[in-house]
Ligand binder design. Structure first.
Ligand code: TMP
Length: 218
């Protein structure tokens, strides 16, 4: 795998505003001469997008949901993420495995040990003892009550967006736990700020971590 590939993920509860910064992030890396692969989970391949439709719409038990999420992830990794990183591209991925620990683990109360086992199977890398993980995760942290207000009336809610605020309190705690367990990878973004302030924070955190260095003339 190329040393220059960058795997960057965006995470947070529904309504935290992460996806609205994808255009600017893509432009930022492209301005540095990087090739950007912009993708999302669940999804990112035809098969994974088909599974996304089921995951977001059909009621199912938490193990079934976790298996489908990881099946979609496996296809996405093999078809899109690993080849892009091997080429040295920037992979901008809207959600990844942290969302599984936050939504299925903390939100649904599903067994984290099973999720860790699935993570090891799905994110194993040929010829390496290390699992495939993002280098940087932008975690958009927002109080669930504010996120719910932002989402209200915005669009027809999917299965997760329709959950009560109590579910999102657990999901938010799940993200906080993941962040404290891997503080080097996680960048906490204060998503209660204005959109412009959020963007300024993103830019300065990425610059501070050196992921913008060496690309072009910013
Ligand atoms: P999105 O609306 O940000 O694209 O995310 C789709 C929904 O899927 C969101 O409510 C979170 C949920 N989700 C999970 O429950 N588990 C996962 O592993 C992923 C990636 C997303």
């Amino acid at each position: 795998m190329s040393d220059n590939g960058l795997f960057l993920t965006l995470e947070g509860i529904d309504g935290a505003g992460k996806s609205s910064h994808l255009d600017a992030l893509e432009a930022l890396f492209k301005a540095q001469g990087r090739t950007v692969v912009r993708t999302r989970e669940p999804g990112g391949t035809p098969l994974a997008e088909t599974l996304r439709g089921l995951i977001l719409k059909k009621p199912m038990d938490p193990l079934t949901e976790s298996l489908l999420v990881f099946a979609a992830r496996r296809d996405h990794i093999v078809q899109v993420i690993e080849p892009a990183l091997a080429r040295g591209d920037v992979v901008l991925c809207d959600r990844f495995t942290d969302a599984t620990f936050a939504y299925q683990g903390a939100g649904r109360g599903f067994d984290n040990t099973v999720l860790s086992t699935l993570e090891q199977w799905v994110q194993a890398q040929a010829g390496s003892a290390k699992l495939l993980q993002p280098q940087v995760t932008l975690w958009f942290d927002l109080a669930p009550e504010i996120a719910a207000q932002r989402l209200a009336g915005a669009r027809v809610p999917d299965k997760f967006e329709a959950q009560p605020v109590e579910f999102f309190r657990r999901v938010a705690q799940g993200y906080a736990d993941r962040a404290s367990a891997d503080a080097r990878r996680f960048v906490r973004i204060d998503a209660s700020q204005t959109r412009e302030q959020v963007w300024q924070q993103i830019e300065s955190e990425l610059a501070a971590r050196g992921v913008l260095a060496g690309g072009g003339d910013r």
